[in-house]
Structures are given as C-alpha cells and as structure tokens.
Design a protein around this ligand. Structure first.
Ligand SMILES: NC(=O)C1=CN([C@@H]2O[C@H](COP(=O)(O)OP(=O)(O)OC[C@H]3O[C@@H](n4cnc5c(N)ncnc54)[C@H](O)[C@@H]3O)[C@@H](O)[C@H]2O)C=CC1
Ligand SMILES: O=C(O)C(=O)Cc1ccc(O)cc1
Length: 310
C-alpha cells in the first residue's frame, strides 16, 4: 500500500493512554488494514475487545508482532529493552519498529542491540498526553497539532523515517527530528522537571503539620490544583522516566535549585525589584507561548475534537 502513513498491519504493544489513542486515531484515519494489540491480563483483553477499536487483541507480544509492518511499543520506558528482546525473533523482515517513550537515549540503548538487522528502528515520542492511563483513557484527537519527535539512530533507512513521519502526520501531529540526547535534555526541563516539582509539592502539602489535608483540598483553587493533576500521573511510567533520564534531570535540577535559591534570597531580603523583574520575564514567556498557540497542549485536554482543531 503506498498511501502516505498507511500500513497493512500495525501491532501496538500495550494498549494504555498512548497505545489506545494511536489505535483510535489510526482506525479513524484508515491508516491500517489491520490493528493488533497486546493486553496481558484476561481482564484487559476483555475490555479492549469490548471497546471494538482494534481487529485483534492477543496475550503475548510475540504473537502481536507476527506479520506486522509497523510495531509500536506503547509501554513504560523501563520495559522497552526486555520487550525488544522478546519480540525480536518474531519480527517480519523490513518491519519498522518504533516506540512512544518519554525518554529516548536509554530506549535506543536498551532496544537497538536486540533488533535484527533487517528491522528499521525509528524511535518516537509524541509530546502529548494526560495524567490518565489504561485502555479507556485514550482518545483519537490526542495528537492533533502536537509535536512528535523522532530520534532515528545514524544510518537509519530514510524511507522508514519518512513512512513513520507520514504516519504521525496522518494522526495530526507535527513531526521534528533530533538526536536522542538532545531530546532528553529538552524534555528534562519542559516535562520531566515540572512533573518532579508537582510530585514534590503535592507530597509536601500532604505532610504539613500546620495545615490540615482537608484545608489543602478546600483551598486548592490556586496554583496547587494544577499541580495535583500532574501529580496524579502514572507512578510506573514516571518512575521509569526519572530512572532513565537521570543525567539530564539532575543537570536541570541543579540549575533549578540555583534559581530557586536566588528567589528564596530575594524573598528573605525583601528584594521586591528582583521578584518583580523575574515575574515580568516569566509572564512574557507564557504570553509568547500563548501567542504562538503552543499552550493548547496543556489547556485542551478532554475537549471535543472540533474545539481542539480551532
Ligand atoms: N502518559 C502520557 O501522557 C504520555 C506517555 N508517553 C509514553 O508512552 C508510554 C506508555 O504510556 P501510557 O500509554 O501513558 O501508559 P499506560 O499505563 O496507560 O499504558 C501502558 C500499557 O503498557 C502495558 N505494559 C507494560 N509492560 C508491558 C509489557 N512488558 N508487555 C506488554 N504490555 C506492557 C500495560 O499493561 C499498559 O496497558 C510510556 O513510555 C510513556 O513514557 C508518551 C507521551 C505522553
Ligand atoms: O499531562 C500532562 O500535562 C503532560 O505533560 C502529558 C505528557 C506526559 C509525558 C510526556 O512524555 C508527554 C506529555
């Protein structure tokens, strides 16, 4: 089939938020003759079958990938290496193998050694998501107007990269290519550190002696409420992200702590000028994001398709 972004058989290993969203969008856009997915427990297989989005739901990853032209691992980054080893003997020659992990260098390092020479490995990260997980959490519009970053290792077949780019474009995403290392540095500051800060502050508020938990809930209308959404994100996924992107996160955390110390000092010294100057600069950054339409990734979760396109 030569239609851009189309594959005869797509195998999704993992049917959670991202796997389920890819399945819904690919089906809506007619991007595959057949979509197969893995669901490991009998309960989740029954649920995925009931949803009626994919053509087949199977128990093992080996069975899912057999005969597939595009295989996408939609599982926590820590599971990508072992799953690559598990599926390798069952891959069709010429298959494109990809993933959706939030960290890229570790996924490349963990997966690449297991994949056969006749498979094309094109790692990907759709920079789009929510705090929800599981088979019911996905939606077809998730990737519309969001970035999807591809990090193909040097020497990857250009045609395979083009085909995966066309696939993500057909799902509604804007595609950019960069190295895994650069991806991990950028995402450490734009995604991983914000999640760590949210996990920290919600935990801190929960442990306060002077303020009760019921007061925290009652008066959470300010910034705290936004942090609680992020801090509700999947624990397995985020444990793996911080273990896998350790170096870049620690580097960004060092800079963050220095900047936090500067603001702490300004508050202690009553330096209103320093605070005002800092807040003015950050307000301009937010306004720049809004003007270029980049804020929708945060603001649009859960909105119906028609609103998302506006
Ligand atoms: N949640 C988000 O907002 C985003 C997540 N990502 C990345 O997408 C990947 C998947 O995340 P979600 O879909 O959110 O998670 P999820 O928790 O909704 O789904 C993950 C699925 O993988 C399955 N799974 C785990 N280990 C497996 C294995 N060894 N074999 C087969 N299935 C296995 C789980 O049973 C579950 O169904 C992660 O690597 C994450 O970093 C990327 C962009 C956004
Ligand atoms: O829920 C949110 O605000 C997110 O930031 C979603 C998200 C989580 C992980 C990613 O790698 C990309 C996007």
């Amino acid at each position: 089939m030569s239609t851009a972004g189309h594959f005869d058989r797509i195998a999704l290993v993992g049917f959670g938020l991202i796997g389920g969203s890819i399945a819904r969008a690919a089906r809506d856009q007619g991007l595959a003759k057949e979509i197969v997915t893995t669901a490991r427990s009998a309960k989740s297989r029954a649920r995925v079958a009931e949803l009626g989005i994919v053509d087949r739901v199977v128990e093992t990853n080996a069975e899912a990938v057999k005969g597939a032209d595009l295989v996408i691992l939609c599982i926590p980054v820590g599971a990508c290496g072992p799953v690559a080893a598990e599926i390798a003997p069952h891959l069709k020659p010429g298959v494109i193998v990809s993933d959706v992990g939030s960290v890229k260098a570790s996924v490349v390092k963990d997966m690449a050694p297991h994949l056969p020479g006749n498979a094309h490995f094109v790692p990907a990260h759709p920079v789009a998501g929510t705090e929800n997980s599981g088979p019911d959490s996905g939606f077809a519009e998730l990737f519309i107007n969001r970035w999807c970053i591809l990090t193909p290792p040097e020497g990857t077949d250009a045609n395979a990269v083009d085909r995966l780019r066309a696939f993500w474009t057909a799902l509604g995403a804007k595609v950019e290519i960069m190295t895994p290392e650069h991806h991990d540095l950028v995402l450490a500051i734009t995604s991983h550190l914000p999640h760590l800060i949210a996990y920290t502050i919600v935990g801190t508020a929960d442990e306060l002696a002077q303020v009760t938990s019921s007061e925290v809930i009652k008066f959470s209308a300010g910034g705290f409420r936004d942090f609680t959404r992020i801090a509700a994100s999947d624990p397995t996924m985020w444990r793996d992200v911080f273990l896998a992107n350790k170096e870049a996160v620690l580097e960004m955390l060092g800079t963050f702590n220095e900047d936090l110390s500067k603001l702490t000092r300004a508050i202690r010294r009553g330096d209103g000028e320093a605070l005002f100057e800092h807040f003015t600069r950050t307000r301009a950054i937010r306004r720049g994001i809004v003007e270029t339409g980049q804020d929708s990734a945060v603001a649009d979760f859960g909105r119906p398709h028609e609103q998302l396109k506006k």
